[in-house]
Design a binder for this molecule. Structure first.
Ligand code: FAD
Length: 448
């Protein structure tokens, strides 16, 4: 049977006398684990469908033309220039054969001694095919660039539409999901509408552009303190964002957003930030998955019922006494789990006992716009200019690479002083002929 998956081993993987750890996914968890195991007595093979690491917390700034895509993406090969025990391949992993200790990828097969799954999460449309088809998600650099292009192309089109009423749907932006991503996107788009777009398109009236944030629950930023949630709402309303709480999106046909018990909204741009679900991997049994699709692991991030397979970060569900329903799907959990597994794998070599994972919550924060942010740390909570400054500093420090840090610092400083992000370019992807698409276009991971 032709499964379309090559059955040959991936070529040019050097032979090693060390045990081979195959890490699938070079996000926050997979990359941290590979870095911690570099120069160890393991051969590490790191696989990712992209050849770069994405810093997802700043993707909304790519989507709103505040940062260039290369500032929030880092080439994986460069990180491992001086660590020959870490090998990287750009590969899409499709399936696991647990009995043969082998994985199947679009490049071929790969045998492992230890397998670590850190494929993260993808957008959850809650089975609504129309919303999946017509809305725009924002989980990757390429999706953020798509949103940037979509928003800019909307105004390049709107300016050529004669009737004001016909322009409205193309100018409105509706964001669904009141978590940090939705709040940050809404604030940033409102700032563009208030300060930047009127200068670019002086013949358009931006009073006609609505920025609407829809949330099904009764507050934004679930998980943050009550004061921070209230302040974020106040900031957004101050920027002119229409926040609709307790509102359920039922359907979307590309033009009209249908709401439960409320009047529909016209927009050509529906940004979907309403939910995530763990990425799926063929070859795991149903007992190894939680009802929400996350992979069930024990205290050591070991897949239930397996000796040699581990899962980290957004993709897994680890229940500890303080988090009986699992941890939040955030970067710190992924990073800390990876650091703990790296320590345990090194302990294994020395014949030492393994340590269970215990999450240390370092706090949460979100920004709404210039000088406006909310920060909840374990012992203190604050809002306003200082919170915004702390938010900038923490994100700048977390970004990989000196060049990226400098690029972001300069871009932010320029934007702060001029309020003109100057990245509003509509660089459209060139049409790629069918026979050339394999390496140039991302694989589709959904049904039409
Ligand atoms: C827009 C956005 C904003 C966010 N903001 C914050 C924030 O402010 N603070 C915070 O703490 N968290 C934030 N998060 C969540 C945070 O990014 C995740 O919790 C974190 O990335 C999880 O790390 P991970 O390693 O489990 O997965 P990821 O970082 O998502 O990494 C998964 C990797 O697997 C790769 N991959 C997926 N499928 C395959 C495949 N089949 N084959 C090969 N490779 C594959 C992907 O390319 C990716 O590199 C945000 C997320 C998003 C999307």
């Amino acid at each position: 049977m032709d499964t379309g998956i090559p059955q040959n081993p991936i070529p040019n993987i050097p032979h090693s006398n060390y045990q081979r750890v195959v890490i699938v996914g070079a996000g926050f968890a997979g990359l941290k684990l590979a870095q911690k195991l570099s120069r160890s007595t393991y051969q590490v093979v790191l696989l990712d469908k992209n050849n770069y690491h994405m810093f997802q917390p700043l993707l909304y700034q790519v989507a709103t033309a505040a940062l260039p895509p290369d500032a929030v993406s880092f080439p994986l090969r460069r990180i491992f220039h001086k660590t020959p025990n870490v090998i990287f391949r750009m590969a899409v992993v499709k399936e696991i054969n647990k009995q043969e200790r082998k994985i199947f990828t679009n490049l071929g097969t790969m045998e492992y001694d230890i397998l670590v799954l850190s494929l993260g999460a993808t957008t959850n449309y809650f089975d609504n095919k129309n919303i999946q088809k017509f809305s725009a998600p924002m989980k990757s650099t390429s999706e953020a660039l798509y949103i940037r292009n979509k928003i800019i192309s909307n105004y390049e089109r709107a300016i050529n539409i004669a009737e004001e009423n016909d322009r409205k749907p193309i100018m409105n932006v509706v964001i669904v999901g009141g978590g940090a991503t939705g709040v940050e996107l809404a604030g940033s788009i409102a700032e563009l509408r208030n300060k930047v777009l009127p200068k670019d398109y002086p013949q358009l009236s931006f009073k006609n552009m609505r920025v609407i944030l829809i949330e099904a629950g009764n507050s934004l930023l679930n998980g943050l303190s009550e004061k921070s949630r209230a302040k974020a709402l106040e900031y957004l309303q101050g920027l002119g964002v229409e926040v609709m709480l307790n509102t359920l999106v039922e359907d979307y046909d590309g033009i009209m957003v249908k709401l439960k018990d409320k009047a529909p909204i016209q927009t050509l741009t529906l940004l979907w930030a309403a939910g995530v679900k763990a990425n799926h991997m063929k070859g795991l049994s149903s007992e190894q998955l939680a009802s929400n699709g996350r992979i069930l692991v024990d205290d050591y991030n070991r897949l239930l019922g397996e000796e040699a397979i581990f899962a980290l970060g957004d993709q897994c569900l680890l229940k500890e006494p303080k988090y009986p329903n699992g941890h939040p799907q955030v970067a710190q959990v992924a990073i800390q789990q990876a650091a703990n597994l790296a320590k345990n794998l090194k302990r294994e070599v020395k014949g030492k006992e393994w340590a269970p994972f215990r999450y240390k919550d370092l706090g949460s924060m979100a920004t709404v716009g210039k000088n406006m942010a909310v920060v909840d740390l374990p012992f203190i909570s604050f809002r306003g200019f200082f919170a915004w400054f702390v938010w900038l500093f923490v994100h700048l420090m977390a970004i990989l690479g000196v060049r990226n840090k400098l690029e972001i610092l300069i871009t932010w400083a320029w934007k702060y002083l001029s309020f003109d992000p100057s990245l509003r370019l509509l660089i459209r992807p060139r049409y790629v002929k069918a026979f050339k698409r394999k390496w140039m276009i991302e694989e589709k991971d959904y049904e039409d």
